[in-house]
Design a protein around this ligand. Structure first.
Ligand code: NAP
Length: 232
């Protein structure tokens, strides 16, 4: 079975569709749901809200099958310099991109049997590995996703668990998030034109192809396990 956060749109939606088409049971976690399928369990949760995350209980939906957990939900927040950002912005980006991801990971490991979780894929970003002005909260949250993934893998190895953890940058993908980036104010965002051009020049990957590449990545035989990774 596959547990995916952020299944209402973009990469997460196409991951859910992809795995449903492969015959997997999919548990999707987001505020809205746009998929209906007999094998799809829709869990509604606001990952920016403490009480909503705390109330999350997946123990009734998991089976005894192997689990793939894909922590995909993410927000970019306001695209403005740090000095202009308000508390709500910092809070929402940190909650959705890192706090909820950490808690859901802990919860799934806690309610499953030893080694039942085969793979954990945390969707990171190139923006967590290089600074982009006006994205300070987003970049730092994704850098935190990378370090959380590295640390978690160390712990699981210490516990003799076979679970593989990956922090995966998916490349630039044609989703609502890219739309939000293009709609930002160029006066507040020095890289605005770069992202407009990516769309104009058809350089964004489709979420469908990205979902397929993520599954290929998970299944690829790797001689050396590297937590920090990207889709090429
Ligand atoms: N698109 C890119 O170029 C790109 C590049 C690098 C990394 N990424 C990463 O890829 C992941 C998916 O993004 P995307 O591009 O597919 O964007 P998207 O289309 O905007 O999808 C974001 C998903 O996250 C969910 N989400 C956001 N806030 C939430 C909240 N408070 N509670 C629950 N779910 C929430 C949304 O669901 P609801 O709104 O229904 O809650 C939605 O399903 C993100 O982690 C993003 O940082 C994207």
């Amino acid at each position: 079975m596959v547990i995916i956060t952020g299944t209402s749109s973009g990469i997460g939606k196409y991951l859910a569709k992809y795995y449903l088409e492969k015959g997997e049971i999919v548990v999707g976690i987001s505020r809205k749901h746009s998929l209906e399928h007999k094998n799809y369990s829709a869990i509604t949760c606001d990952l920016s809200d403490y009480s909503s995350i705390k109330a999350l209980d997946l123990s009734n939906v998991i089976t005894n099958e192997e689990i793939i957990l894909i922590n995909n939900a993410g927000v970019i927040g306001d695209i403005i310099p740090t000095s202009k950002c308000d508390l709500k912005h910092f809070y929402e980006v940190a909650m959705v991109n890192i706090v909820a991801l950490q808690y859901i990971t802990a919860h799934v490991l806690n309610i499953s049997n030893k080694n039942q979780v085969k793979t954990i894929v945390n969707i990171s970003s190139g923006a967590g590995r290089r600074p982009i002005a006006s994205w300070s909260a987003y970049c730092s949250s994704k850098a935190a996703v990378d370090m959380f993934s590295l640390t978690l893998q160390e712990e699981l190895l210490e516990q003799n668990q076979t679970t593989k953890v990956f922090s995966l940058a998916p490349g630039v993908v044609d989703t609502k998030m890219q739309n939000t980036i293009r709609k930002s104010n160029p006066n507040d965002f020095s890289s605005h034109n770069t992202f407009v051009k990516l769309k104009e020049e058809n350089a964004l990957n489709s979420p469908e192809a990205t979902a397929q590449k993520i599954d290929l990545f998970i299944n690829a035989k790797k001689d050396v396990h590297q937590v920090i990774n990207r889709i090429t």
